[in-house]
Design a protein around this ligand. Structure first.
Ligand SMILES: *Cc1c(COP(=O)(O)O)cnc(C)c1O
Length: 389
């Protein structure tokens, strides 16, 4: 277990993730494979710890965006199947084979190149991505799909294991676009499933899984809901079961002072006291991902909401305290204190963005503390464990 030497830390409650995965598995019924999406260091939550607890709770597959993320999991001892959702290089096929990492394919040219460039005997498992309206990556036409599948079929060291698509608007209650994507997916599938045997078929991100549990084929790719966050604010009232938010961010006051009326705080002197005020200094800044746009946001100090005053610096910011408080008082930027709560949703609302971005943006400089069965299981300080090379 690594240690850390600053009083700022993320808490990741793995019990919440465990319960969310179990609830999702029950929601989609037993036969459906839950693919736990742990890209981007598990949305900032800690890749290997989330992967392990998700697998413990019943997930059978993991997904990441890039081969390097899959390698990171393998290096940390994960043996479960891992799907890379993004594009990979043909030249990395031997590595994928060696590490048993499943790749996504979506271009005929890529597969052609692969069949000539990759001469290994170890089989690489592939999932074919279809673009049914997301407009990101994926084969779009019947011909392309058939050509790719035929090429894979002929290659003895390539194996088609899955076929999937991704929806652009599943988190919006107005469903006409997602229905159109469902239709295109069905029509592309109809053409190929009688000719090729493809064991896994999936289209469900969290929003699709929560809203259309009977229409997700035989696997789902769940990210945000596993972390206890709702894919969009409009889905909040419709949730089929409660989600438990796993991520919280805490620190401690490192300095407290009384300013007299008319004194200013931080760069640009943008905040001036209107009376005698108690001002605390918080050792978190934009280099931790607590960006300058959060100026003015209320945080929790001593069980009370208190506003961030003045500009947020790279490593520190100031907070207007309700009254004098001792140095070392716990400060919560995301999470609960005395029954009051700041959710990643609140931070997202302040930033005019989506909750996904919030845990992702809390940087590697902030150590992660993992709670399991209510107590500290592990601490990960990325500055010590993964020094920059
Ligand atoms: C990130 C991602 C997911 C997970 O989406 P959530 O909304 O977080 O559940 C699923 N599929 C693909 C292709 C993704 O890129």
């Amino acid at each position: 277990m690594s240690s850390f030497h600053r009083d700022t830390w993320v808490e990741v409650d793995l019990d919440c993730i465990y319960e969310n995965v179990q609830a999702i598995q029950e929601h989609v019924t037993k036969g459906v494979t839950v693919i736990a999406v742990v890209k981007a260091n598990a949305y900032g939550h800690g890749d290997v710890q989330v992967a392990n607890v998700a697998l413990e709770a019943g997930a059978k597959y993991l997904a990441v965006s890039f081969l390097d993320e899959a390698m990171s999991l393998r290096q940390q001892g994960i043996t479960a199947p891992i799907l890379v959702l993004g594009a990979s290089r043909v030249s990395d096929l031997p590595l994928a084979a060696k590490e048993d990492i499943t790749l996504t394919v979506f271009q005929k040219e890529w597969v052609e190149e692969a069949t000539s460039a990759y001469q290994g005997t170890e089989v690489v498992k592939l999932h074919l991505k279809l673009d049914t309206g997301m407009g990101r990556i994926g084969a779009r036409t019947q011909e392309e799909v058939a050509q790719i599948l035929e090429l894979i079929d002929k290659a003895p060291n390539l194996q088609i294991e899955g076929i999937y698509t991704h929806f652009a608007t599943a988190d919006e209650l107005q469903s006409s676009y997602v229905e159109q994507q469902f239709e295109r997916f069905h029509s592309l599938l109809n053409q190929v499933t009688n000719q090729f045997s493809i064991p896994m078929i999936h289209c469900g991100n969290s929003a699709t899984t929560l809203r259309f549990p009977t229409r997700i084929f035989n696997a789902v790719r769940v990210g945000i809901a596993m972390y206890g966050l709702t894919p969009s604010p409009e889905m909040e009232p419709e949730l089929p079961f409660p989600l438990k938010e796993a991520f919280s961010l805490h620190t401690k006051l490192v300095h407290v002072k009384k300013l007299s009326i008319g004194e200013s705080v931080s760069y640009g002197a943008t905040y001036t006291t209107k009376e005698e005020e108690w001002i605390g200094t918080v050792p978190v800044g934009y280099a931790d991902g607590w960006i300058r746009k959060l100026q003015g946001m209320n945080i929790l100090v001593d069980g009370k909401f208190a506003p961030i005053v003045g500009r947020i610096c790279m490593d520190q910011f100031m907070v207007k305290l309700p009254h004098e408080l001792p140095i070392g008082t716990k400060v919560t930027l995301i999470g609960k204190q005395d029954g009051k709560k700041i959710s990643s949703n609140d931070v997202a609302a302040k930033l005019d963005t989506i909750n996904y971005e919030v845990p992702c943006m809390i940087s590697y400089r902030v150590p992660r503390m993992f709670l399991r069965n209510g107590s500290i299981m592990e601490v990960r300080n990325y500055l010590q464990d993964k020094p920059l090379e």
